[in-house]
Each structure stands twice: as C-alpha cells, then as structure tokens.
Design a protein around this ligand. Structure first.
Ligand code: TXA
Ligand code: MG
Length: 330
C-alpha cells in the first residue's frame, strides 16, 4: 500500500484540512523540506507523527502557524520576536519560546519551551488557514534518514505508514529552517544553522547570536534534544573532504562516488563525479543537497565522498548537514 499524492486543488486542500481536523496525518510541502503534519493541539494526533517516523519521544516537534494570533496562543512572545517575524516570516526561521499550556507535552517532549515557525509555501499556508489549526510537523522522513524535498521522497520513506501526501513541487530552499532560541531576547542562541544566517539575525536583532555551546548537541541535551550528531544519514558510508581532487578520485577507483561542491574543471566524462551546483552557488547547492545524497545512496556506490562548502551564505548550513550525515560531531 502506498500513500495518495494530492495536487493542491481547492477541493483537495479542503479534504486534507478535514483529515487534519479529525486527527489524521498529512505530509505537506514547505519552502524548506516536506513535513509530516498533525493538529498541534491534539496530543493523540501528534503521537501518530512519532509512530509513523519512528521518532524517539524526547525529540520535540516544530509548530507551524498561519498568523500572529495563533503564535500568541501557543507561545509567549517578546519584542525580539516581533523584529525577527517582520524581517523573516513567513519564511525558514524557527523560534524557540516559552510555551503556553494549550500545547500538549508530547509536542515539546515535555520541555517548557516550544519551537514555532510561520512557513512561506503557498499551499501549506492555504491548508493552515482552511484547517484553522496550528500544525506540528517534523521533516517527513523516517527518523535519522535524509530529509525529503519532493513528494516522491516522502512516498519512498513513509508511503507505507501514512495515507496522504500534498504535492507542492520540489522545495525551493531544500534545507531545514534556521532555529534560534529566543527565550532570552538579549541572548539569542543558534540551535540549527539554515539559509537565514547568523549575520542576518544579528543585523535584525542588534545583538550577537551565539552558537549553541559545544556538548549541548547530544540526545540528552534539554536545550535542543533533536540536534543529534548522527542525522540526515545515507545508508552508505560517507567521507567528507575540504577539497576533492582528480588524484583522490583516480586513486579510489570507480566504485566510489564523489559529490563536489561545484563542477570541477577535471570532471570530464567521469561517471562517479557529481556536483551540487555547476557554478558553486550556495543557494542552488543547498536546494540540491538532500536529493543528491538520496540519489547517490540508491545508486549502489560502495562509498560516498562529499566536499564541504565554502563558509559563506548557506555554506555553514550545508556543512552542518553534511557533518551530521557523515556522523561527525556538529
Ligand atoms: O524547516 C523545518 O524546520 C522543517 C519543516 C517541516 O518545517 N522541520 C524540521 O523539523 O526540520 P525536525 O523535526 O526535523 O527538526 C526540528 C528540530 C529538532 O532538532 C528539535 O529538537 C528542535 O527542532 N526543537 C523542537 N522543539 C524544540 C524546543 N522546544 N527546544 C529546542 N529545540 C527544539
Ligand atoms: Mg528532521
């Protein structure tokens, strides 16, 4: 049995909004990655998300809202929230804030805080409005595997465990949202890098945004329980490199695949050399990263190699995902 994939017609969106109101699960497109959504105020519905993904109960979910009023119902806000919301919402930014009692403990894994974002994908925005609900949605992949950026990826990973997938096309950004802990507006902390960078955040907030302290990024951490060191992982072994050279590729032979950041001048007709962006554009590289990792994983290479991105723009976010995919510490 596989899930039904729906186009975003009004009739389909109405039908999926009803599924959500009745406590069901719907995989939804966002501008970052596909999410697996349920009514965030319904504990039973949210438990279904954990079961479908095989996600451990200590890893809290992100709640997606359509508007400011819904945000106020689930989280306590502060003036820094308003600044960031004005600059980046709707968009790929998640804020961790003190939670309100309306949010069931299963959503936050028992934490006193809740992660919230206002997504930009037009189909998801319509679905949020039609359902009238805040939607809890982690990425729509089996726990620990590479995040999905197309409806077909969701079908591959979860098709036998869910019934409904809304197809919104390939995700425009392709990396999960930037997560900032904004519980103390004077001391914002970056929990997960994304397309919105530390420099973007610092410029808008007017105070420095610190990276999460090393050692906090463990499963037992109460700050960011889901920031596991091994995550987004292909099944094949993955090795990271600062630079991939023709010599390295030649020496390893033809059974290993190489994912370069940009198209190398020596690529020629080599069938085991791939790249994220022909001209090395960070945005394009970010958009294609997960689809490329999935493809290489499927194609039966004995071992995968990937080249780290230069540390500008989306580079740190790409490298964060690559390091986790390779099982290295963040
Ligand atoms: O772009 C995204 O954020 C996507 C789309 C679907 O919106 N969602 C996503 O969800 O990436 P997920 O579950 O794969 O990652 C959520 C991360 C986890 O690492 C989790 O630990 C963290 O958010 N998180 C959630 N609630 C938190 C909280 N109260 N405090 C700290 N971290 C939290
Ligand atoms: Mg995820």
């Amino acid at each position: 049995m596989s899930a039904t994939i729906y186009r975003g017609t009004l009739a389909n969106l109405r039908r999926l909004a009803r599924v959500l109101r009745e406590g069901g699960l719907v995989a939804v497109p966002t501008e970052t990655v596909y999410g697996l959504a349920a009514n965030a105020l319904d504990a039973k519905a949210c438990r279904r998300i954990f079961r479908a993904k095989r996600r451990p109960a200590h890893d809290p979910l992100i709640v997606h809202v359509a508007d400011r009023r819904t945000l106020e119902r689930i989280a306590e806000t502060n003036p820094a929230v308003t600044k960031l919301a004005r600059a980046f919402w709707p968009g790929p930014l998640t804020l961790v804030l003190p939670r309100r009692p309306a949010v069931p403990a299963v959503v936050t894994a028992g934490l006193p805080s809740v992660a919230v974002r206002m997504p930009a994908h037009p189909l998801l925005r319509r679905l949020l409005r039609l359902s009238g609900l805040p939607l809890a949605a982690p990425s729509a992949n089996p726990f620990g595997y590479v995040s999905p950026t197309t409806a077909a990826h969701v079908q591959e990973g979860l098709g036998r465990r869910i019934q409904h997938i809304l197809d919104g096309g390939p995700c425009r950004l392709g990396l999960e949202s930037t997560i900032v802990d904004l519980r103390d507006p004077l001391r914002p902390v970056l929990l997960r890098p994304g397309v919105i960078t530390v420099a973007d955040l610092t410029r808008v907030l007017g105070v420095p945004v610190r990276p999460v302290a090393p050692g906090r990024s463990t499963p037992s951490s109460m700050l960011a329980p889901g920031m596991l060191d091994r995550h987004y992982s292909p099944r094949r072994p993955l090795v990271l490199h600062r630079h991939i050279t023709a010599t390295m590729v030649g020496r390893a032979g033809t059974t290993e695949a190489w994912l370069c950041f940009r198209r190398p001048s020596w690529a020629g007709l080599r069938k085991n050399v791939f790249w994220l962006s022909a001209r090395g554009e960070p945005r394009e590289a970010a958009r294609r990263l997960f689809a490329q990792l999935r493809r290489l994983d499927r194609d039966g290479w004995r071992r995968l190699h990937a080249e780290l991105a230069p540390p500008t723009g989306s580079g740190p976010a790409i490298n964060d995902r690559l390091r986790r995919a390779a099982g290295q510490r963040a």
